[in-house]
Design a protein around this ligand. Structure first.
Ligand code: ADP
Ligand code: MG
Length: 330
């Protein structure tokens, strides 16, 4: 059997089953955005993400400065998804021999800018020769015991919310791939090259105890919703016409697809937060959105597991999506 037959998530599930840990200090192991450990009176979060040239990025459309910042962002987003506070990180690099030193200095300038903005410090890493650029960051964060959110925790009857707008980064990537690095449309290309992790929002949602479960949207709305539903043992319905779309997305999507929602449902790398909350929290969530100036939209509701995940179209017809989004090896 080859990996392609079970895909990225099938593979992770196998690893999860075969390596299950019963350590009493481990609050959350494999299966969430970050691992959660209790050491003494403190709760630590640990997450890691890899970026590989030719798979996650292409040097012809991302400059080293933005690449450095984005490498950190994708990890920061996983700490945001737990409602934690990021603190320290390690970075390991695989680099080709002929890479100009100026690439490395720009990369580290981007990394430093991200580190300063989110108050995290670089504490180590590893460096090796490689044919293509490989970037792996391991980020440590902290949180309050009982004050973090997990993918599990969604309850039947909860509402489903998402921050920001969806599909911008994936549409930005399509435009980059088709037209190369141009300045327009800035909003979409910018969302792909310079996403912003929702750290403050994640901390506020956990701090005010507004939600029951949370995940970041890194692989796409449908895939990440599916992860949250599976871990919580529930189903959901999403109203397609409530999915938040930016003005730029609405304008540019027409050149790429007849279905305005397809990329917003399945495209990855928006790094927005998707969370569930009891319906009585809606007013408090709206007031948080206003105070942080981050849009938060109610896009669906949690149903019993047997309902699965289905999308309600504007005309009232519903369907169970067959293609969920990006998965490695598929
Ligand atoms: P995310 O998209 O939030 O980064 P992933 O889908 O990459 O999450 O990972 C889901 C879970 O599987 C996480 O707990 C992650 O640490 C774990 N995981 C991913 N790859 C491996 C692996 N090769 N071995 C062990 N655990 C893994
Ligand atoms: Mg994640």
């Amino acid at each position: 059997m080859e990996i392609r037959e079970i895909g990225e998530f099938g593979l992770i599930n196998r690893i999860r089953k075969s390596m299950a840990s019963s350590d009493p200090g481990l609050i959350q192991g494999i299966g969430d955005d970050a691992a959660v450990l209790e050491i003494g009176s403190k709760v630590f979060l640990v997450t890691t993400d890899i970026l590989i040239e030719g798979i996650h990025f292409d040097r012809s459309w991302i400059d080293p400065y933005r690449l450095g910042r984005k490498a950190l962002t994708v990890n920061l987003s996983d700490i945001a998804a737990m409602g934690g506070t990021p603190r320290y990180f390690l970075i390991s690099l695989g680099l080709p021999k002929n890479l100009p030193l100026s690439f490395i200095s720009s990369f580290y300038r981007g990394l430093k800018e991200g580190a300063k903005r989110f108050h995290v410090d670089l504490i180590g890493g590893d460096t090796s020769l490689s044919q293509k650029i490989v970037i792996n960051i391991c980020l440590l964060g902290e949180g309050k015991k009982g004050g973090l959110l997990f993918r599990k925790g969604a309850r039947i009857g909860n509402d489903l919310f998402v921050s920001g707008t969806l599909g911008d980064a994936a549409l930005g990537l399509k435009i980059l791939q088709k037209e190369g690095l141009r300045r327009r449309p800035k909003a979409l290309i910018g969302k792909h090259l310079s996403p912003c992790p929702r750290i403050e929002l994640g901390e506020a949602i956990t701090g005010h105890r507004l939600a029951t479960a949370m995940i970041d949207v890194s692989d796409g709305l449908l895939i990440d919703t599916t992860h949250l539903l599976e871990e919580s043992g529930v189903g959901a319905r999403i109203w397609e016409d409530r999915i938040p779309l930016s003005r730029s997305y609405r304008k540019w999507i027409q050149a790429f697809s007849n279905d305005p929602y397809q990329i917003a449902l399945t495209g990855g790398e928006d790094y927005e937060l998707l969370f569930t909350a009891p319906c009585q929290m809606e007013e408090r969530i709206s007031s948080l959105a206003r105070s942080l100036k981050i849009p938060i939209t109610r896009i669906g509701e949690i149903l019993p597991k047997k309902e699965g995940l289905h999308i309600i179209r504007k005309d009232g017809k519903d369907y169970a999506p067959s293609r969920l989004g990006f998965e490695h090896f598929r």
